[in-house]
Design a protein around this ligand. Structure first.
Ligand SMILES: NC(=O)c1ccc[n+]([C@@H]2O[C@H](COP(=O)([O-])OP(=O)(O)OC[C@H]3O[C@@H](n4cnc5c(N)ncnc54)[C@H](OP(=O)(O)O)[C@@H]3O)[C@@H](O)[C@H]2O)c1
Length: 312
């Protein structure tokens, strides 16, 4: 089969599109014929080795932690799935990923793919959707009637966070650049403000204080700590990037997000997609062989929006 792999940690030039052995599913796994995978920012940290303490991968390694595709083979002991089923999954971070014609996936990470979008585009759901869900509901316990600030709403996670918070009947303020404003408004943002100004003065934001602040921007530790000033007494600050301060006072709870592959939550997200309640935003669909260029564009700030990669 064809795959994009790297044989050592390094820059985007270590990624090569080449022939690789088709994997075989072990017990509890399925073989998925890949329709689409995506680029996620964490792929860069894994590829460069910066995250090797947390996600050590064996080289040669195939990246791609999101998958949408069709089950091609069942490993021993897999119940409830059949060859030909269309599925999505958030794959284990330290195993070979879906930047290939085929990938093995643990059966307990699978959800049935949405029927209402192209199968390849469904790959843009698992990591982004699960991160937003877990940040808002599992970690920040967002409830109806509360206010939330989504810092960095223009990206993939932010798009889902705005939609899910709006559906939960929260009032949503989003920071994003102007080019995302119309989409975010349509997806349920009540207020859109520009990037927060982390100058010397105390941090301010229209609408503060918020019951829940979700930080999706690669802020410095000082900037992340300053976001606690925007949280209401007894509220919550969660961050997918830099860890927030452990105890900022005023009864504020803080947490760093480490997204989990939860098939039950993914199934719920799929249901919402099929009901027309949750939109999967795909900025570009490109051939898998473009993955080295996609990594390069992301590393240099030229990649705009969620990119889906499709095998030939
Ligand atoms: N810890 C975890 O488990 C976990 C899971 C998933 C993601 N993450 C992390 O969460 C972050 C977001 O992920 P993603 O997939 O949504 O990334 P993404 O699609 O690349 O989006 C990042 C967004 O941040 C916006 N942005 C940059 N600087 C900003 C600022 N100062 N104020 C407001 N917005 C700003 C960018 O806006 P423009 O488009 O306007 O440039 C971009 O839309 C990444 O750092 C990712 O690594 C962590």
């Amino acid at each position: 089969m064809k795959a994009v792999r790297y044989h050592q940690y390094g820059g985007s030039d270590v990624l090569v599109y080449e022939e690789a052995e088709r994997p075989t599913p072990s017990e509890g796994q399925v073989l998925v014929e890949v329709a689409g995978t995506t680029f996620n920012p964490v792929d860069i940290g894994i590829r460069t080795g910066a995250l090797r303490e947390v996600f050590a991968v064996e080289c040669p390694h195939i990246p791609g932690i999101d998958v949408a595709g069709t089950i091609a083979e069942l490993g021993d002991g897999v119940d409830g799935w059949r060859v030909g089923d269309a599925v999505v999954a958030f794959l284990p971070m330290n195993a070979d990923g879906a930047a290939a014609d085929y990938v093995v996936a643990p059966a307990d990470t699978l959800a049935t793919a949405p029927r209402t979008v192209e199968l390849a585009d469904a790959a843009a759901l698992p990591v982004g959707g699960l991160t937003a869900w877990q940040a808002l509901f599992d970690l920040a316990s967002l409830r109806a009637g509360q206010t939330t600030l989504i810092n960095g709403a223009g990206g993939a996670v932010g798009g889902y966070a705005v939609q899910l918070a709006h559906q939960a009947a929260a009032r949503v303020t989003a920071t994003a650049s102007h080019r995302h404003a119309a989409r975010l408004r349509r997806d349920g943002a009540d207020r859109i403000i520009g990037y927060l100004d982390h100058g010397n003065d105390p941090l301010t934001a229209e609408g503060a204080p918020f019951d829940v602040v979700v930080n999706l921007v690669a802020t410095t530790p000082e900037e992340t700590a300053a976001l606690a000033d925007l949280v209401a007494d007894g509220g919550a600050l969660v961050s997918t990037t830099t860890p927030p301060p452990e105890d900022p006072g005023r009864g504020i709870r803080t947490a760093r997000v480490f997204v989990l592959s939860r098939a039950d939550q993914l199934a719920e997200l799929v249901t919402r997609v099929d009901r027309g309640e949750l939109r999967i935003d795909v900025a570009a669909r490109r051939p898998l062989s473009d993955l080295p260029a996609v990594h390069d564009e992301a590393a240099t700030g030229r990649l705009a929006g969620k990119t889906v990669l499709t095998p030939a």
